[in-house]
Design a protein around this ligand. Sequence first.
Ligand code: 5GP
Length: 544
Amino acid sequence: MSSSQKTAILSVYNKTGLLDLANGLAQQGIRLLASGGTAKLIREAGIKVEDVSSITHAPEMLAGRVKTLHPAVHAGILARDLESDEKDLAEQNIDKVDYVVCNLYPFKDTIAKINVTIAEAVEEIDIGGVTLLRAAAKNHSRVAILSDPADYPSFLEELRKGDREVSEASRKLYALKAFEHTTDYDAAIAEFFRKRYAGDGVQQLTLRYGANPHQKPAQAFVESGKIPFKVLSGSPGYINLLDALNSWPLVKELKESLNLPAAASFKHVSPAGAAVGLDDSPLACAYARARGADRMSSFGDWIALSDEVDTVTAKIIGREVSDGVIAPSYSPEATLFFRLILTMSLQASKPANPDYRLPPPALIDLTVATIALKYTQSNSVCYAKNGQIVGLGAGQQSRIHCTRLAGDKADNWWFRQHPRVLDIKWKKGTKRPDKSNAIDLFVSGLVPKKVEGNPEREQYESAFEEVPIDFTPEERKEWMDQCTDVSASSDAFFPFTDNVFRAHASGVKYIAAPGGSVMDQAVHEAADKCGMVFVHQETRLFHH
Ligand code: 5GP
């Protein structure tokens, strides 16, 4: 049984449960020291308590700015059970403190008030309380720090049962809570001043909303320096921001790897398409291909472009429905075409060295596919051809489902190049998204049945001047056989050979994946049998 005098310091803004706690402590013979308002309340309840000034021998000053900030308090809290610390305390005639009870000024409540001034907020920045919490939490090997009134009853119970001792496990949890209390408090202070002093768009950016429109307020910020992009027009939401921060490094990395202008078309933080440009208007070509990879998914996309946006590119974008664009810069005419524009510059890591034994087009395609996967929600598999994504399967829990999804999209892309699609006679006035939807049904073999009173069929037919004739299975096979030299990349190993066979069915000749599966050898053998080149790349590319 510990016989020495135990001491508690109490200094709380939120006085909930205070009197029960003080009473419980006093009943166990614990000496109570408290700051002004806290001491007053305890005293008025008829419980014996001393002012902190009885040990500091200094009055509270500066209208409460200095109350407990004194070596007599903090040496008492921070002292360890070491001979040297005991000696220091004895020389200064300071007693050890065993328990600290503290919660902080209501900074958050104050700044939540409309039209709060900086002076009002400043007065709510607690100094001594944070120091009490931090000192006691630091020395939790000896001191118990209570920062949450909800803990008072169990704390008293433990004191009673343990003869005024608090177990190590409880002290650890109390210390953690105290650190979290001060962290939360400091974050609120930093946020307040970031908004006031760093200005919107410099270190902090107010977002239109969070992931969904009802999630307001929302913001993005960096803890130091400036946010690495600038909003030129419009107001991004959280998902726009995620798209921007994922799509920009993708195009930057493609450009750095292949030295070709690159574009990406993102939806829900994964690329629906990405491509490099090869023609006369390379950036415009890159975006047209990125958008063309999966036109349906790209509806309302987020666009990333590796180079300054020129008028040709802007005109192509202007014809589509898109949410926003991120690019290093914009020609003055180009800006006229956009509703929401961000510019930013970010550093992206360099990709691993590619395997130069591949023919250059395959090298480009595998690079495009693999870099795209780095910025795609996993699991993911990507097919590419002619420097553009042609099929991307993202966010599936099973690898074969990614491979199938990407393969089905690649087949769909290939069928969209079929002369029968290119020759479709559209009814005048059919909108671009309606054309995309009708083509998608047509090429994927999901044409609604021609039966009396089928509204889906009626809608389908209404898009055409002349309804195209469905593909027969033979026609499908014949056209599919002409799709060759496709590349495919996987963000992690193939656990079964089925992935290789599925890719082969979509004309894949070059396939890249990390190793590590017990099935690696079987997968490589399957690729050999299909006449494919298997590139074993070193790095798994999971991304979330
Ligand atoms: P009381 O109501 O006891 O006068 O004050 C309690 C509040 O004062 C607590 O929220 C505590 O965090 C805070 N506090 C304790 N010591 C100091 C100090 O030295 N300076 C300042 N600014 N606040 C303190």
